[in-house]
Design a protein around this ligand. Structure first.
Ligand SMILES: [Fe+2]
Ligand SMILES: [Fe+2]
Length: 241
């Protein structure tokens, strides 16, 4: 049976629960910081003042998301999360977008991965996290609309036909990496303790279903997930019709 308790402080938590919370926080802080780096670098490839303003705003918000998670970590652990995030970024650096087209694709897929992952924590049994997640999810929902229409528009242009699929594959991988492996012992535990809602498989499926309409309009196809290094369940639905 699932655990029905809510948790507020460290001394209420068994070691495994505490460790899982820390893992979740570091994972999210890493994604927020990486997003800030991606959009920060993106400022060098934006084609207009309008895009520059929008990218700068987005960058600011990702920094704020990072700080919200970092503050919560500091309260819980009485240590800074920064060194852990820097170490992880050094180990798994985020790629940067080489041009405007790639930046649009990255915004569409990488940012969206974080958005779907975060929704899994909305009812988290670690209560202080719920408030932070609710605030971030609201802002991320606004970011989602930005990338979509742009990706479709650019993908229909002749100049991007040759590379659109490979750039899509690359950022699809980054998006999907946000969810973790399906059917793992760690994910089972997190679900049982109500730290997250569901197994990564279902989050992955929601994300995939969500991007299908845009892919159809943009003329993009799914690669096999294995070919881009993503472990998924065999019954994942990648059909586009
Ligand atoms: Fe964010
Ligand atoms: Fe975002």
């Amino acid at each position: 049976m699932d655990d029905t308790r809510d948790y507020y402080t460290r001394n209420q938590m068994e070691t495994r629960y505490y460790d899982t919370v820390l893992q979740m926080l570091v994972g999210q802080a890493y994604r927020e910081y990486a997003a800030a780096q991606l959009f920060g670098h993106g400022i060098s490839v934006v084609p207009s003042l309008h895009a520059l303003k929008s990218m700068t705003r987005h960058l600011q918000e990702e920094i704020q998301h990072y700080e919200m998670v970092a503050t919560m970590y500091q309260t819980l652990v009485d240590q800074s999360i920064d060194p852990l995030v820097y170490a992880r970024l050094a180990q798994q650096p985020i790629d940067f977008a080489q041009d405007w087209f790639e930046l649009a694709m990255a915004q569409f897929l990488y940012d969206r991965g974080g958005y779907w992952q975060l929704q899994e924590y909305e009812d988290c049994s670690f209560v202080p996290y719920r408030k932070v997640v609710a605030e971030i999810v609201d802002e991320e929902a606004e970011h989602q609309a930005l990338g979509e229409s742009l990706v479709v528009e650019l993908c229909l242009r002749k100049e991007y036909q040759a590379k659109k699929q490979s750039i899509f594959n690359k950022w699809l991988r980054y998006g999907l990496l946000s969810f973790g492996r399906p059917n793992s012992v760690g994910a089972d535990y997190a679900v049982k303790m109500r730290l997250r809602k569901r197994d990564p498989h279902f989050v992955m499926q929601d994300f995939i279903t969500d991007i299908k309409p845009v892919m159809k309009r943009a003329g993009l196809l799914f690669p096999s997930l294995k070919s881009i290094g993503i472990e998924a369940r065999n019954d994942i639905d990648l059909l586009l019709h």
